[in-house]
Design a protein around this ligand. Structure first.
Ligand code: AMP
Ligand code: GLY
Length: 420
């Protein structure tokens, strides 16, 4: 398992339940994965070291969590040396690593998305943006860890975004090109699919919360909480997403000579005209994975191997009807500067059924000690018969876990909160 977040801990937790799994290694993992797997001191983008480790240790399957190694070609490298890997190739992962590529693909294949134009020239972008209806959305082309999208409510704000991306290069080469697009209004949700490049099987969907403060205020983060399923989700929407978005996208990528295998993530806006794509990601979502995998009844290993071996059409994937809610505990100050290294106490206090997935944690020097080591520290997850029950369980238990300068949102999965 490549990665170190709560998404990766959740995947490891699920894999560890499979009778087919003997041993798991995590690169680099965290204090949570250390309980289920062997943590390796290898960086997720150190592709050569990972390939060497996989080869020398005859790893049966490598699963890639984050986008950076995928964009850097980890899947291609593994396929080259004949090592099984769950993750998109570099060319396929461009659906995430280049928003301009993703947009052109969607436009060419009539996949519903916001109307947009892309620019490599600052002056042309500047001239164009002033003629757009407000609010207008300005997006950097490349990977930007959530910092590449500005929803500008005024022309000066849009111009500032353009200058920051294209002239001052605040995101480096990720801002060489930009997309300027219409702002869509509706309900936002995340859709996920397993695909072997031909068969496309949707997972249960989720909603996430990107802003740091309650009521979706403050700067964007990696994600502060999530729940599954969205309350507005129904079989008609499921069908529309499958038929109008996920299947056509996988088919389009295959026709373009970029067969996509792995988990495909569509960030969607459900407007009056149906589901529209805001962005694609070439991986599982974080913190969505933390509320999706607890609902999975099928052995995850069977699914991942079916993807790798091109026989996803051979298996039936089953999900529980339960609802699931996850709340992220973060270090105060995140996504800005924050202190780390504080002991976490109370990890054994929550009720037995509560799941605690680690992100920025590491094992301390004292016996059993776990320390904070990052901005997002834990995702606390509960399932219930409905969202309200799951939510009540999470919030009742989360207060039993402590570390200095701990922060979490109080409004995750609150009925009718924000646009969800
Ligand atoms: P992205 O990284 O592309 O998902 O964008 C980050 C966030 O910006 C999304 O989660 C949406 O909330 C918002 N967003 C992106 N594109 C649009 C759009 N065209 N209209 C409205 N909101 C958008
Ligand atoms: N949930 C946002 C992401 O994984 O990118």
């Amino acid at each position: 398992m490549v990665g170190s977040g709560a998404r990766e801990h959740t995947l490891v937790w699920k894999l560890a339940q499979s009778p087919k799994v003997k041993e798991i290694y995590t690169a680099p993992g965290n204090a949570g994965t250390a309980r289920l797997a062997h943590n390796l001191e290898v960086n997720p983008t150190d592709i050569e070291s990972l390939a060497k480790f996989a080869q020398e240790n005859k790893i049966d399957l490598t699963i890639v969590g984050p986008e950076a190694p995928l964009a850097a070609g980890i899947a291609d490298r593994f396929l080259n040396i004949g090592m099984p890997v769950f993750g998109a190739t570099k060319a396929a992962a461009e659906i995430e690593s280049s928003k301009v590529f993703a947009k052109e693909l969607m436009q060419q294949y009539d996949i519903p998305c916001a109307q947009s134009t892309s620019f490599a020239d600052y002056h042309q972008a500047k001239e164009y943006v002033q003629r757009q209806k407000l609010p207008v959305v300005v997006k950097a082309d490349g990977l930007a860890a959530g910092k590449g999208v500005v929803i500008a409510k005024s022309v000066p704000q849009a111009l500032e975004a353009l200058a920051s991306f294209m002239k001052r290069k605040t995101l480096g080469a990720a801002g060489d090109k930009v997309i300027i697009e219409e702002c869509l209004v509706g309900k936002e949700m995340s859709s996920f699919a397993f695909t072997d490049a031909r068969t496309v099987v949707l997972m249960v969907p989720a909603c996430d919360y990107k802003r740091i403060y309650d009521n979706d205020r403050g700067p964007n983060t990696g994600g502060m909480g999530s729940f599954s399923p969205p309350q507005f989700f129904d079989t008609a929407l499921d069908k529309a997403i499958q038929e109008n978005i996920m299947t056509p996208t996988v088919n389009a990528l295959r026709r373009e000579g970029r067969p996509y295998k792995g988990a495909l993530y569509g960030g969607l806006m459900i407007t009056n005209s149906g589901p529209n794509v805001l962005e694609f990601n070439a991986r599982f979502g974080d913190p969505e994975t933390q509320v999706i995998l607890p609902r999975l009844k099928t052995d995850l290993v069977d699914i991942l191997l079916a993807v790798v071996n091109d026989n996803l059409n051979q298996i039936k994937i089953e999900w529980s009807e339960a609802a699931c809610v996850g709340v992220v505990m973060a270090s105060a100050g995140y996504p800005g500067s924050h202190q780390i290294g504080f002991p976490i106490t109370g990890l054994d206090e929550p009720d037995k059924e509560i799941l605690i997935f680690h992100a920025g944690t590491k094992t301390g020097s004292a016996q059993g000690q776990i320390l904070t080591s990052g901005g997002r520290v834990l995702t606390v997850v509960a399932t219930g018969k409905d969202i309200k029950e799951a939510r009540d369980k999470v919030y009742k238990n989360i207060s039993r876990i402590h570390f200095k300068r701990c922060y979490y949102r109080r409004d995750i999965a609150r009925i009718n909160s924000g646009k969800r």
